[in-house]
Design a protein around this ligand. Structure first.
Ligand code: UDP
Length: 326
């Protein structure tokens, strides 16, 4: 197979690229580096089955040659990023998805959209099955991401029903692991980087809100199986083991053995109070379930960030980003 992966320089996009290459396929990666980074693809510099286009998928896109699949993973995905990049986030979920679908239609390729647990908003049903329609504030600060992804799902189903495109929709729940950007604003990367730097861990609100954290290898395996043998309807892929944010902070403190304190900050607007995937559908259809326990996954992620923060270039980048955000 030869597939196009948008957002290939991002956290998930780069791991997914590796997964396709590992199975002997060819990948065309596309990214404009607004949140992705070249370092995530550096190990593929001499890989003949990998090629790269620096481009914004929200603009007209031409990809030379045949394609068997188009996987649209480009988007700011951390709340801090999509609050800083609201228009780009709306555009890549709407215009970007439209362009990616157009490519799939023209090439007679399978289409796969990276959707999100955010389509459930601040959920009133817990855990969240795919049949739940969600509780989203369309005009709140998170609406730019939530509604773009909801539009992406709608246009994907329209291309499936009207044009007969073979499509897949994954709803990704909080995923973490190596290649997350330090200071990308997400809770796992924030806590680990803060703990390693001896800074206070910033809990937003009282820390009683919950999330369910999936290690990247599990997430990518679920996505890969869904691509190969799923159907057109949305499928949750995530780890159903649920933690409060406070419990997560305690795990990070324990595993890093940091002397950092906890500091409490205001809860961002519309921050979902609970989140846990119902993965019965993925279990049944894909014989998939997550294998990596959070302690194990967080330990591996700590090792990654330790290595990264030890390198002078990265330390400088992190310091700059922190200064810019103060
Ligand atoms: N959070 C936190 N401290 C941080 C970053 C995030 O307490 O430094 C909280 C955030 O308010 C949310 C949860 O952790 O309740 C997960 O946030 P994240 O940004 O990782 O993703 P979300 O699940 O909200 O999209």
């Amino acid at each position: 197979m030869r597939v196009l992966i948008t957002g290939a320089a991002g956290f998930l996009g780069s791991h997914l690229t590796d997964r396709f290459l590992a199975d002997g396929h060819s990948v065309v990666g596309l990214d404009n580096f607004i949140t992705g980074h070249r370092d995530n693809l550096a190990h593929l510099a001499n890989e003949p089955r990998f090629s790269f286009m620096e481009h914004n998928i929200s603009e007209y896109t031409e990809v030379p040659g045949a394609l068997d699949g188009v996987l649209h993973f480009a988007s700011p995905a951390s709340p801090v990023d999509y609050l800083e990049l609201p228009i780009q986030t709306l555009k890549v979920g709407s215009l970007g998805t439209h362009n990616a679908l157009g490519i799939a239609l023209a090439k007679k390729a399978r289409f796969f959209i990276a959707s999100t647990s955010e389509v459930y908003g601040d959920p009133l049903v817990h855990p969240q099955p795919e049949t739940y329609w969600g509780n989203v504030n369309p005009i709140g600060p998170r609406g730019v991401y939530d509604e773009a992804k909801r539009f992406a799902e709608a246009i994907t189903m329209a291309y499936h029903r009207y044009h007969g495109v073979d499509t897949r929709i994954v709803r990704i729940f909080n995923t973490y692991g190596p290649r997350m950007r330090p200071r990308d604003g997400r809770v796992v990367s924030n806590f680990i980087v803060q703990a390693l730097n001896g800074e206070p861990l910033t809990i937003y609100g009282d820390g009683s809100q919950t999330r369910s954290f999936c290690y990247v290898d599990d997430e990518v395996e679920g996505i890969y199986r869904l691509y190969n043998r799923g159907d057109a309807f949305p499928t949750n892929i995530g780890n159903p083991v649920e933690y409060t944010v406070k419990q997560l902070a305690e795990i990070v403190v324990e595993l890093t053995q940091t002397k950092s304190q906890i500091s409490f900050k205001p809860l961002p607007e519309d921050d979902p109070k609970v989140r846990q995937p119902d993965i019965a559908r993925a279990r049944r259809m894909l014989q998939w379930e997550p294998r990596v326990d959070v302690h194990d996954g967080i330990s591996r992620t700590i090792e990654y960030f330790r290595g990264l923060l030890g390198t002078p270039r990265m330390a400088e980048r992190v310091a700059k980003r922190t200064a810019a955000r103060r």
